[in-house]
Design a protein around this ligand. Structure first.
Ligand code: NDP
Ligand code: OXD
Length: 309
């Protein structure tokens, strides 16, 4: 029995090495190395080519390379009985929290504008916002969002969170469901999206949602590109409804060269790097799930197909 690893465009040698060092007795194969497809019972996958999983009839479980599983949920070639798992890793949450704080500080201190002034050799001062002047709303207070919200709260920001169901005791104010969305948005001068992409959250950041934010709010999208209705975001920026946006995720990725976001005033772009899965940190949990599968034990970090995350 073997593990298949597939993620087009990713440096997979580090992953293979980390997995093999975790347990040298388990064969870890790239698709082109598989001689007998019946050997593959477990896969580690990200943006797999369409139809790939049709070729492995004994596949029982697939782990995402990351926290998100939308690439697995949307693959029609994965039979319903194949179990899906995802990565839950303290480093992934910590890196995300540091990234969110960096982007918030960049916004408060106007660094994007000063980068532009520097390119123009222009000496011009502006006032700035302080941490105490803004409230931050975290949409999606799951494993990562909860950590990010607590980290920002500890850093001195006023934070609130929004989720599908209500967490009884986070150290910040919580809203939940459709009923809580309006009050949550009204309290979010800076909105951070850390939702999973599901049928319920696709296109959630649209004009209707943006118009419920305080005038001149700032958007940070760290979830998935398809959470945002691109045209509505551009309209909100052009009309001054939003002061700016930092986007780390896009639909599609890579963001095409001719996409209007590249040239849009008010948008800062990073290429899906807010938090990168570290092979050394997560190889043990992937290998553990492989062994659990082989010995008939319940897998960890499973995904609910019903909820889609
Ligand atoms: P979790 O599954 O742990 O948390 C998801 C959160 O979203 C939960 O709080 C859940 O609510 C909430 N949620 C889901 N659907 C809805 C809905 N319809 N309405 C309101 N709230 C909803 O995910 P993680 O925290 O581990 O990861 C979140 C996402 O972050 C990933 O799916 C991925 O898209 C993104 N990500 C991006 C990275 C990057 O580098 N940019 C890196 C890693 C992840 P409830 O608690 O009630 O279930
Ligand atoms: C993700 C990840 O889900 O990189 O985006 O973990």
């Amino acid at each position: 029995m073997s593990i298949l690893i597939v993620s087009p465009g990713r440096q997979l040698d580090r992953w293979k090495k980390a997995l093999v060092e975790t347990d040298p007795s388990v064969p870890v194969l790239l698709p082109e190395e598989v001689k007998n497809p019946d050997d593959i019972v477990f896969a580690l996958a990200w943006n797999q080519p369409p139809g790939l999983f049709k070729h492995y009839p004994r596949l029982k479980a697939i782990s995402s390379f990351g926290a998100g599983v939308d690439h697995l949920m949307s693959d029609p070639h994965i039979p319903k009985e194949v179990m899906l798992t995802r990565i839950i890793d303290p480093l992934l949450s910590a890196d995300m929290a540091e990234f969110a704080l960096a982007v918030i500080m960049k916004h408060l201190r106007g660094f994007t504008r000063y980068s532009r002034y520097q390119r123009e050799s222009r000496w011009k001062k502006h006032g700035y916002l302080r941490m105490k002047d803004v409230q931050v709303g975290v949409m999606g207070t799951g494993v990562i969002g909860q950590y990010v919200a607590s980290f920002l709260h500890q850093a001195g920001l006023t934070v609130c969170g929004w989720s599908r169901t209500k967490d009884p005791k986070p150290p910040f104010e919580m809203f939940s469901g459709k009923d809580g969305l309006g009050s949550f948005l009204a309290a979010s001068d800076i909105l951070i999206c850390l939702l999973p992409l599901t049928e319920a959250t696709r296109g959630i950041i649209n004009m209707e949602l943006i118009s419920q934010l305080p005038h001149g709010a700032f958007l940070i999208n760290l979830g998935r590109g398809a959470h945002v209705v691109d045209h509505d975001l551009i309209g909100a920026l052009n009309h001054g409804r939003l002061a700016g946006a930092h986007l780390d995720v896009f639909d599609p990725e890579p963001l095409p060269e001719d996409h209007p976001f590249w040239r849009q005033e008010g948008i800062d772009i990073t290429p899906h790097v807010a938090s990168l899965t570290d092979p050394l940190s997560v190889a043990p949990q992937v290998m553990d799930n492989y062994h659990r599968l082989c010995s008939g034990k319940p897998l960890k970090n499973t995904v609910s197909r019903k909820q889609g995350y």
